[in-house]
Design a protein around this ligand. Structure first.
Ligand SMILES: Nc1ccc(Br)nc1
Length: 460
């Protein structure tokens, strides 16, 4: 890890030092500044930032296509927003603390509770249905033993006020639109879809109380990560009977909607909702991306209906995105019963997938012109030339120090700039600058007031 040892003067304000009589300030100490960001977090230097901006621009383009409005919330929320008793990993890894006023707060581990809070804050004046999207950094406090990241950015899209599966179809369409936009096909990626009402029906058959529903879902969500008998053991610990646990685990291995109907009956809500959703998506035209998979439950306690997750068909990566219906969340926050569904799409797994598929874009700085004065005396005029081009919308790198021509060419090459604009005293005396087109290698003297027109033309 990179460190610098710097002399640091430890100055303390009067208040913290206490009254003057408390004696001289503490001695100057040395502290080592670690150049790396805190454990589990990332810097975004220009190259990484270009990729992140590219990804977020794709998220925004899709959200615009679906007429969703962008929202955002504080990264710091009241801890109460995320305290749930279903044993979710996300609530056991809160990056939470008591602030200086004694308030219990937490860095947000997800965006959905904040969205619910804002909708409730807006109250009855908020036109429904709500279609909002957000891209926000989310946090967890992982014991570093697991060496996993503690922050990631998530794109969320949510629809509130629509109880029909049309809302889920719209959200799934947005996810598919994103995948297609970045060059991913339904050969690479699929979306597994199920409905928590499958589990709810099974629990009902075995007389498992509703209060256990969320905790059972959280346990069952681990089915891909821990051994089946461990899942069974955790179910038994929740007070679920052996028979009920067997019933739950066998329901997860249902392979088709026909099997689901055979088990639960064709009038069962889970079966009808799933059939409706698949029929909608069929007409919508992206059935090839979807599959029914009864083992999908997702790990968030508040899902009540449809659940889904994007996965890579090569099976090398963790879930790419996930979401579902959460019709009870707003009422648990004291609001009216409000139908709601949404998804979260992280910024990490998708980049791993794009790397795997060699679909990462080649991104470089976007500079149109480099303005460069050959003599120091013309440096003020170089600023005027840069301003003229910038006022016309061109990205201009103004060279701010004495450099040789050779350096200017190399610099232009590095930045992939299209034009090099040189100020020299002989040209300037004639009211001109010299333009070198770095693509066509053409060069010419251009009058200052012709400069923008010239660059416009060279741009063609
Ligand atoms: N919820 C959450 C937050 C941060 C990361 Br990294 N992963 C999951």
């Amino acid at each position: 890890r990179m460190y610098a040892v710097v002399g640091a003067t430890v100055t303390t304000s009067e208040a913290s030092r206490g009254p003057a009589s408390a004696g001289p300030p503490p001695p100057i100490t040395e502290e080592s500044i670690d150049y790396n960001p805190p454990r589990g977090t990332r810097d975004f230097a220009p190259d990484e930032m270009r990729l992140r901006s590219w990804l977020f621009q794709r998220f925004r383009e899709v959200s615009r296509l679906f007429a969703f409005e962008e929202v955002d919330f504080p990264v710091l929320e009241s801890e109460a927003l995320f305290v749930r008793k279903a044993g979710e990993e996300i609530t056991q890894q809160l990056y939470n603390f008591e602030d200086k006023s004694g308030r219990r707060v937490s860095l947000r581990p997800e965006l959905t509770p904040s969205l619910a809070r804002l909708v409730l804050q807006k109250g009855k004046g908020l036109p429904f249905p709500v279609k909002w999207f957000a891209i926000g950094q989310c946090w967890r406090y992982e014991r570093m033993t697991r060496g996993r990241r503690r922050e990631h950015y998530q794109w969320n899209m949510d629809i509130l006020g629509i109880s029909g599966v049309e809302a889920e179809a719209e959200l799934l369409a947005a996810i598919v639109t994103f995948f297609k936009k970045v060059g991913i096909t339904s050969e690479d990626v699929g979306i597994r879809v199920s409905n928590r009402k499958v589990l709810q029906s099974v629990l009902g058959r075995f007389g498992v109380p509703n209060e256990s529903f969320a905790a059972v879902c959280v346990v069952v969500d681990k089915i891909e990560k821990i051994a089946r008998d461990e899942v069974e053991g955790e179910l038994l610990k929740l007070g679920v009977s052996k028979d009920a646990a067997d019933g739950i685990l066998s329901a997860l291995s249902l392979r088709t909607l026909a099997e689901l109907e055979a088990l639960l009956g064709s009038e069962n809500e889970a079966a009808t909702e799933l059939k409706q959703l698949f029929a909608l998506v069929d007409v919508y035209g992206f059935s090839d991306w979807l599959s029914f998979d009864a083992s999908v439950v997702r790990g968030l306690a508040y899902y009540t209906g449809t659940v889904f997750e994007g996965f890579d068909k090569a099976g090398k990566l963790r879930a790419i995105c996930g979401g579902g219906r959460y019709d009870r969340l707003l009422s648990t926050f004291g609001g009216e019963d409000t139908p709601a569904c949404g998804f979260g799409f992280g910024d990490a797994v998708i980049v791993e997938l794009l790397k795997e598929r060699q679909l990462l874009p080649a991104l470089q700085q976007d500079v149109d012109c480099i303005v460069f004065s050959l003599e120091d005396t013309l440096r003020p005029q170089a600023g005027l030339v840069a301003r003229t081009l910038r006022d016309a919308g061109y990205a201009v790198e103004l060279v701010l120090e004495s450099k040789k021509m050779k350096w200017a060419f190399k610099h232009a090459e590095r930045l992939q700039a299209k034009h090099l604009v040189l100020l020299g005293s002989s040209e300037w005396e004639r009211g001109c600058v010299r333009i070198k087109n770095l693509i066509s290698r053409e060069e010419k003297d251009v009058a200052i007031d012709e400069l923008v027109t010239e660059v416009d033309m060279l741009k063609e």
